[in-house]
Write a protein that binds this ligand. Sequence first.
Ligand code: SF4
Length: 460
Amino acid sequence: MSKSSAIFLAKSTVKAPDKEHRRKINFNIGKYNATVPQGKAQFVDMMQVRQQAKNIKWDAIEHLDKHLESFEKQITERGAKVLWAADAEEALKYIGKICKEKNCKSVVKSKSMVTEEIHLNHYLKEHGIDSVETDLGEYIQQLDGEPPYHIVTPAMHKNKEDVAKLFADKLGTPHDLTPKELTLVAREKLREKYIQAEVGVTGANFIVADIGGVAITENEGNARLSCAFPKTHIVIVGIEKVVPSMNDLALFWPLLSTYGTGQKVTVYNSIVTGPRQSNETDGPEEMYVILLDNGRTNLLKNPKTREALYCIRCGACLNACPIYKNIGGHSYDTTYSGPIGSVITPHLSGMKEYKHLSNASSLCGNCTEVCPVRINLHELLLENRHEAVESGAGSISEMLAWRLWRVASLNRFIMNAGNGSLKNWVINRTFKAWTKHRSDLDFSQKTFNELWKEKMDKKN
Ligand code: SF4
């Protein structure tokens, strides 16, 4: 068993029976479920919209090289610098170098899963740079020393009392602050940080190939401030986030907000096309865009798994997943959790270490059902299982068990040997790993041949 698999089992074993955890998650997902139909109401034909989004992402990913080069050309012409990072280490090196050149002591950051993926905060801390999360949910998580729980709602597992207690412990505020008061405390703390920071780091929801734009969508305005206040703006983004044209945002922005939070459109939608131009009065003096691979081309090279790159990180598949709702986001111990995390993580971080995630699924297909870009998530989970076996990442005991099962189930003599009680006894003791967390298998007392014969006798 891999280390990650052991962590996953240990954490999920604790979380699954935790009723208080489940209550909070069900409450928050319940609110999400109640709002999403309002967002959907703005579309006449939801299925047609989802298919159109899938087709656009198909084009984006099939012609990824062309679109990324177009993005680079356009944004470079307006003074931004584009840096290509093969992995997390290279991306961090770029950021470290830029921060060193700017004599940077503090960074303001807006919400970005890619920065979680490369462990940017940890890196900056090691280099003596203060990095502050400016999205409220991320700020709460940073105060608590926890990674995000969910790709859209980082503090989904906390209720307002948890947050009030956290602020009281860490910031010395009264224990009984309301959500509005808590938000004002965070705002006051963060405003100072924008003014002090030499560098602002953001992610990107989309990168727009034809205009060379970075599209950022958010509800709090903190990403705008992170771009605009500091003299240097660094964008770090996965290469799959490209859309071919600015016109595509007319579809993707409302689609993402609908499936992400149930809003018709998110509050602040910005397109950044470079640093401050000579005829402009605000914005950063310098802008860098780091295009990150970090395993994405592993997904790209396999025509079957490629469609996982269509993901727009709306989080809908997490909210719909019965496994996620039971074990929670932190049990996965990965940057990307839930169904999409289980699909991409083995390709981003290693099949041998993370193949267990593909088994953390009931294969109910609810994730596929809700995905706005119609990614066949549950089939991709099966594809991962297949790849794990083909690549030899499966365990020997599992391989032997399936071989035995195959031999026995293809042999009529073995299948007919013994009655149901004997089979139950043998199988439930042999496959202990199966029965540890499931009820025992229960074979029919009669064999198939006996049942068939009885049926035929009755007919005649
Ligand atoms: S896989 Fe689909 S549902 Fe899941 S986060 Fe990505 S876009 Fe949303």
